[in-house]
Design a protein around this ligand. Sequence first.
Ligand code: IVH
Length: 668
Amino acid sequence: MSQPTSDVQRIMSLRSELERHNRLYYQAAQPEISDQQFDALMHELIELEQRHPELVSPDSPSQRVGGDPVEGFEQVAHDPPMLSLDNSYNLEEVSEWVARVQRQVPDEALSYIAELKLDGVSISLLYEDGLLAQAVTRGNGSFGDDVTSNVRTLRSLPLRLSGKPPARLVLRGEIFMPWTVFEALNQRRQEEGQPLYANPRNTTAGTIRLLDSREVARRQLEIAVYQSASELGVDTHGKILERLTEFGLPVRSQWSRCADVDALRDYIDGWRLARKDLPFETDGVVIKVDSLRLQQELGNTSKAPRWAVAYKFAAEQAQTKVLGISVQVGRTGALTPVAELEPVLLAGTTVKRATLHNYEDLARKDVRVGDTVLLEKGGDIIPKVVEVDLTLRREDSEPFELPSHCPVCNSPVVRFEGEVALRCINPVCPAIVRETLSHFVSRNAMDIEGLGDKLIDQLLRERLIVDVTSLYRLRQEDLEILDGWGSKSAENVLAEIDKSKGRTLANLLFALGIRFVGVRVAKILAEHFRHLDRLIAASPEELQAIDEIGPKVAASIRLFFEDPHQSQRIEALRAAGVSFEQPGDDSVRSDSVLSGKTLVLTGTLASLSRSEAKQRLEALGARVSGSVSKKTDLVVAGESAGSKLTKAQDLGIEVIDEARLLQLLADP
Ligand code: IVH
């Protein structure tokens, strides 16, 4: 047994050690220890804190690993509102902006700060007494989502500031995903046969709104701070950036003081190419009037400050030839035309193919085989065809004809009303079968490890499988004789397949590939019905009565289960011994007045934390949701409840106070 006092000391020293290594890694870019050593220290801290829960504090580095998933985010008002920036696209427009600003303050000598414009997601941060207290997304500028639990996991953001920050400090910054992290994430998705993310910005936006902060912690997002909405006792923006740096905040070092338009031009031109070597995505330069007094005088329009402007770099373009137009068939049968290109270098990578989105897009641009086209790589990693150079078109070229048949299985294609996509609807189309298999085994679905796309292709080629149900009929003697296999690898894969029979109903529902049923909806359905047969028997009305399930999703679910081909597939899975059940949590009661009810918590509760309230309500069989809708049964309004309470009153939903909640918890 270790001495408590030495535990306390060790906790304190581990915390400062870990924060020091964080700073070395993220700010100085000079790590002294390996990632493994860092993880080991973190592990030790977490273990010690578990032994002494009374010592856990919100600024402990252990808080960065994330906590229990939440149901939704609280809406928070921005004060002042988060403005956007006006854009300029060439140096002339920058000069015009400078002239315009000068006209507004004719007698003043202007100078500027130029900063890189990071392409991420803007965030508002609140530090109270030096501690990170709140992080809110931009939202619509006036209200955003409180994503504090997610932002806490960003290791480059100090949970406690150094120096002497003001008691209340409101900052603006950008959360972004470095290229290496983005590429590793996509690499993993490719291996798992999942669709790739388009660009770091969208991935960041999706990540910061994840409900599970532990998953956010795994994604390794970074953050930069570039603006203070609080008084710092200085007179220029440049000095603000210096102060923020002293507080230990991650300010990007590439900012520069510029005396005039010429200096601004040099800064912009300097980064036009150099930005490609930066470890993160930038889409321009932000120019700000340096003097805070003049910023004040210039003021804002309703949308953007007059004292700042963004210069946007042009998307990179290249010309090349279309060698052919091929057609890909996805899991849902949608046909996507793809331009096969003469390889060309664009923004650092060799491009051989470009998606043409859909046939409408292709027809509008009238892309033909043999054409010379202009490619562009903007924010997306997948290049797109901007336009055809008609002056270079060959006279004998012909417009691309819409396929009337699936290029893979040759059955007639259809177009559903209201959709642009052409679809192959042959359920045994080899392309659909392959994509369906790849989805079925993927991580959030049946999670059959070791069964990647290459093996699926091999098994299909050898005709050992024909659809997802045949996976469960594979035999050792069929597999071990295959090229590149042995008895051990056959055994391993079979064991993994066998293991997948015990996955949850939520996994199975996602794996089945029902339209509009993603991971989240699958989980909601599984927890509501608990057995696949009950879901199959559910009417559209029953489905729509569930929180978050609308008419579109309900209709798609009905359509799926009414399809005889799908029924057959489901029966084959049942026969193979695949579990159709959502494992119950024995500690959850189903006999309380709250069981099956959807509750929303709002405002501050005095006697228990929101996560505690949520946990206890869930143990009584209630569901705690983040937003009020017609499907909410009960709203618990704590101290200073806001928009959710108003909404509940508007909808005539029963509202109770904390005292009543405590009664219900005590005597359910
Ligand atoms: S200042 C009131 N500085 O660009 C001015 N914004 O297109 C607030 N951005 O919403 C913005 N880097 O998300 C500023 N160095 C930088 C920036 C930056 C990226 C983002 C920010 C803003 C958007 C406007």
